[in-house]
Design a protein around this ligand. Structure first.
Ligand SMILES: Nc1ncnc2c1ncn2[C@@H]1O[C@H](COP(=O)(O)OP(=O)(O)O)[C@@H](O)[C@H]1O
Ligand SMILES: CC(C)(COP(=O)(O)O)[C@@H](O)C(=O)NCCC(=O)O
Length: 314
């Protein structure tokens, strides 16, 4: 365990290697089968049972402690104000680059956190539901900025999380389809107020615009999934190659012509260009600068395995 110091001032972070973090699992039981894990894994994501045991069970234990402590703090404030108990979900943000594996992390957490008897209902919402439809992105000339902060309806995202936090019983959200590469016209996802709400997306740790609130202002805990840019690039390309063989071969896919008309070399040139001109620029300019705001950083190595964990103590 290292407590880095800078200019003699103790750092707010503690950094643990994989073995030190894994030891913090304590007695948290492993109640997930290989078949259940298989369903939670994203395309080409190799997250294994070892990863669940060494990384996600200690994290589940830590989050359970956070939920309990946060409930106690809220109850104390309500008692101080003489207010009745009002249920509010514990909100967790999961951030990181396109293709870093956030959705696998978020789905695993949803399953593991729901196994605790004190917070069985866990909802997961991906911020792609709040992207502006392609028609709006085209109108604004920002179709090549999909995933950048301005490509989202940030007000609607903040409104959704703030309403859930304020105790709203349910909310209706738009739906994004990776297949159509667009918002689904008339699509609705209904979210009933859970014990824990996980909000996953590349830009969830963005600071607020002047005079506004950002979605991160409502997080009780946040996780940044991190890796070297060149490794994430390789994962993006590997996944694209696999999607070309699978999802893109569906005639309804926005990228269908990449599967049917372009040979593999042309397809991969297109993918490299998309990575370099959109996703890497967004990572370096907008996403990486938010890493320091996360409560926890999971650092992945080239093989996708988490090597180190950094926790913010204060
Ligand atoms: N073009 C696509 N077609 C189908 N599925 C996709 C496409 N792009 C991404 N996905 C899937 O969407 C999910 C989210 O991907 P992404 O936003 O890159 O985040 P991450 O890889 O960090 O989970 C992943 O499960 C991925 O497999
Ligand atoms: C939909 C995404 C912006 C991710 O959205 P998120 O759920 O993280 O808000 C991303 O997967 C994406 O499609 N990026 C655009 C460039 C590309 O096609 O890779």
């Amino acid at each position: 365990m290292s407590h880095a110091t800078k200019n003699g001032v103790s750092s707010p972070y503690v950094e643990l290697d994989r073995a030190a973090w894994a030891a913090l699992r304590d007695s948290t039981p492993l109640a997930l089968t290989e078949a259940e894990l298989e369903v939670l894994r994203g395309t080409t994501d190799p997250t294994s049972m070892d990863e669940v045991r060494d990384i996600y069970l200690p994290l589940s234990r830590l989050l359970n402690l956070y939920v309990k402590a946060t409930r106690q703090r809220h109850a104390a404030v309500r008692a101080f104000l003489g207010e009745d108990d009002r249920p509010a979900p514990f909100v967790i943000g999961v951030a990181g680059s396109v293709a870093v594996g956030k959705s696998t992390t978020a789905r695993l957490l949803r399953t593991l956190l729901a196994q605790w008897p004190d917070h069985p209902s866990v909802e997961l919402v991906s911020t792609d539901n709040f992207l502006h439809p392609n028609s709006v992105l085209q109108q604004r000339g920002i179709m090549n900025r999909k995933g950048f902060p301005e490509s989202y309806d940030r007000r609607a995202l903040v409104r959704f999380v703030s309403e859930m936090k304020a105790g709203a019983a349910r909310a209706e959200l738009p739906v994004y389809s990776h297949l159509a590469y667009d918002i689904v016209p008339g699509g609705v996802q209904t979210v009933y107020r859970p014990d824990i709400l996980i909000v996953e997306g590349i830009n969830v740790l963005q600071p607020p615009q002047p005079g506004r609130l950002a979605v991160a202002d409502f997080f009780d805990f946040s996780i940044y999934v991190d890796a070297r840019v060149e490794h994430i690039r390789q994962w993006y390309l590997d996944r694209f190659r696999e999607l070309r063989r699978t999802a893109f071969s569906d005639p309804r896919s926005y990228f269908h012509s990449i599967a049917t008309q372009a040979d593999e070399e042309e397809a991969m040139t297109f993918a490299s260009q998309t990575w370099r001109t959109i996703n890497e620029v967004n990572l370096v300019e907008n996403i990486l600068p938010t890493r320091g705001r996360a409560t926890l950083v999971l650092y992945k190595g080239e093989d996708h395995r988490i090597r180190r964990v950094r926790l913010r103590k204060t």
